[in-house]
Design a protein around this ligand. Structure first.
Ligand code: BEZ
Length: 395
């Protein structure tokens, strides 16, 4: 997307959103001591753009559950498009911390970018809340006191999928994904769960991120004829993958499974092509808890669209931050904020109550869902209170 088009899209978004207290700062503006600066470093362009916007929407919605006195604390927001580009991650974080002087960064979606961000923020006096990127290292070898995650580790949502596939009567499975951190980690976790359940991973296909040239891979899958195909794709790439899978006539012959990113936020675009796809994820639209019903209703009214898991992760990032700030006397003491967020429990999350592990990663249920009548419908729990096996983290 060219820069002018992007700025136009952003301005119309601000005009439509009209959040109370939503200010866009001038870079380097002198910080008043009641101003708390939050930097969104998310993808607002490319295949993950929709994910970035939905995270921000969810985050902003969460603020409405709190009644901060503007004489005591005022929030200021800065938005930066990270373009899902790992090579710009450190520079972007340094800009947010040193030039814009943000207190907290909310970011990001892409695992490779998240790893660059952690290196840059680890020894700073700001905190990072990751509202999506699942890079295992973020809460394992690279874990840090000031890095929190309200989403998942890449290991978590797909680990239970192998058992689901074996329980459905399939043994020989092919896995397809992009070749980058999230794809590699989803592949390894899926393989671990599948083999432990008695299944066999007969072939793995990977293509560079964010390529959507699936034809030759799908043609080879048709000739191998596995019992099932499992995959990790998200955003625009997920739509293209499922559509190509259907148009090559594979869907009626070889059942397709994935972690839930395959069908999150894209059901409208997929239409009938998504019907019957089973996925595992830490959220399902129809979870029957009050927090979810209220969240879905408020989100739909405010943004005129249905929320998805990305909106929930953004919302929970907001709940974690604002709930902690609400309980603190000193609102601008970042060290106090960081120590108070440790081991937090997010009790009113749409996904059901969850808590942060000792490595700052959610301990949460993983649900089995199936697309029925254009919706991700809950089948049941695929795993209860699943904690990432993060023994490398010492904080
Ligand atoms: C990741 O890069 O970690 C990721 C991106 C989209 C969906 C899920 C994970």
């Amino acid at each position: 997307m060219d820069k002018r088009k992007f700025i136009k899209q952003i301005s119309s978004y601000f005009a439509a959103a009209s959040f109370p207290g939503f200010l866009v700062s001038c870079a380097g503006e002198k910080t008043n001591n009641n101003i708390f600066k939050i930097g969104f470093m998310l993808p607002y362009s490319g295949t993950y753009a929709r994910l970035g916007f939905n995270i921000e929407n969810g985050f902003m919605l969460s603020l409405e559950s709190f009644n901060f006195d503007p004489k005591i604390i005022k929030f200021e927001f800065i938005r930066l498009d990270d373009e899902s580009n790992p090579s710009k991650a450190a520079e972007n974080v340094n800009k947010l911390i040193n030039k814009d002087k943000v207190d907290v960064i909310i970011g990001t979606v892409h695992s490779g970018v998240a790893m660059g961000m952690i290196k840059a923020i680890k020894n700073s006096n700001s905190a990072l809340i990751i509202p999506n990127a699942g890079a295992n290292a973020a809460t394992r070898s690279m874990c840090a006191n000031n890095v929190f995650r309200t989403s998942f580790s890449n290991w978590q949502p797909i680990y239970p999928l192998g058992k689901v596939i074996v329980d459905d009567g399939h043994k020989n499975v092919v896995f397809v994904t992009w070749k980058y951190a999230a794809g590699n980690e989803a592949r390894d976790s899926f393989s671990e769960g599948l083999i432990k359940s008695g299944g066999k991973l007969i072939k793995v296909f990977q293509l560079p991120f964010p390529s959507v040239e699936f034809q030759s891979i799908l043609t080879e899958i048709a000739s191998i004829q596995p019992d099932a195909v499992a995959c990790f794709f998200a955003g625009g790439g997920a739509v293209k993958f499922v559509k190509d899978y259907v148009s090559l006539g594979l869907k009626n012959k070889i059942p397709l499974y994935g972690n839930g990113f395959l069908t999150e936020g894209v059901l409208e675009a997929l239409g009938n092509d998504a019907e019957g796809i089973k996925t595992t994820l830490h959220y399902s639209d129809d979870l029957p808890n009050d927090a979810n019903l209220e969240f879905r209703d408020k989100y739909q009214k405010k943004f005129n669209q249905f929320p998805d898991v990305y909106s929930v992760q953004g919302y929970d990032a907001g709940l974690l931050l604002f709930n902690t700030l609400n309980n603190l006397q000193e609102k601008k003491n970042i060290n106090l904020l960081i120590s108070s967020m440790k081991n937090a429990k997010v009790l009113n999350s749409p996904r059901g109550p969850w808590m942060l592990s000792s490595s700052n990663n959610p301990v949460q249920n993983i649900y089995l869902r199936e697309v029925k009548n254009g919706k991700n419908q809950l089948i049941g729990k695929a795993w209860e209170n699943l904690e990432d096996p993060s023994s490398e983290c010492r904080i």
